[in-house]
Design a binder for this molecule. Structure first.
Ligand code: HEM
Length: 163
């Protein structure tokens, strides 16, 4: 629970800050779009319990496979121009950032709430948020399945209207 519930949300909040739009009414869609475009978990490992025929291949019983389910978030038949954060997408929440099926994330509702609160507080308190390094210098921890920003230097100003 600690790993599944903390690192995931913290990493997504960092991704969210990177993508932050200074437009509070659109935060719900922003959260969904950031989860879709920059999901923390790109995939997870599974063991095939029986032979599974998939397209032109068979995954034999006992095989370890890394299912990169987040690639479905880039399915352009579902999400046109998938790499684009589009706050007008009618199906913004239909991504696989929380996986699917039996093991779908049990913390999805909680983390959606956490992400919205974090985003709301960030835009309420901080203005002019900018990346302090070139975007290509943002580094990620080495991990095949998870995407965690290593450090995210930002500049920002304090909003005087914050209550
Ligand atoms: C942005 C935040 C989060 C993301 C992106 C995320 C993502 C995921 C993903 C992709 C899975 C695997 C689904 C699968 O195997 O099909 C998962 C499972 C899980 N998550 Fe999360 N998660 C987040 C937050 C949380 C939180 C806040 C909690 C708990 C408070 C949590 C608890 C769990 C647990 C216990 C599982 C395992 C479920 C199972 O195997 O049946 N997660 N999560």
């Amino acid at each position: 629970m600690l790993i599944a519930g903390n690192d995931t949300t913290a990493a997504t909040i960092a991704n969210e800050v990177l993508q932050a739009a200074d437009d509070e009414p659109l935060l719900n869609r922003l959260v969904e779009e950031v989860l879709r475009v920059e999901p923390h978990a790109h995939g997870l490992f599974r063991t095939a319990m029986r032979d599974v025929e998939l397209s032109v291949t068979v995954i034999p019983t006992g095989s370890q496979v890394c299912i990169m389910f987040a690639s479905a978030n880039d399915d352009e038949s579902e999400f046109p121009y998938p790499r684009k954060i589009d706050l007008a997408r009618p199906n913004a929440g239909r991504h696989l950032a929380f996986g699917a099926g039996t093991h779908r994330c049990i913390g999805a509702a909680l983390s959606r709430m956490e992400l919205k609160i974090a985003a709301t507080e960030i835009v309420k308190r901080l203005g002019n948020i900018e990346l302090a390094i070139p975007v290509e210098e943002v580094s990620y921890l080495p991990n095949v399945a998870m995407q965690t920003i290593e450090r995210l230097p930002l500049t920002f100003s304090r909003r005087t209207t914050a209550s």
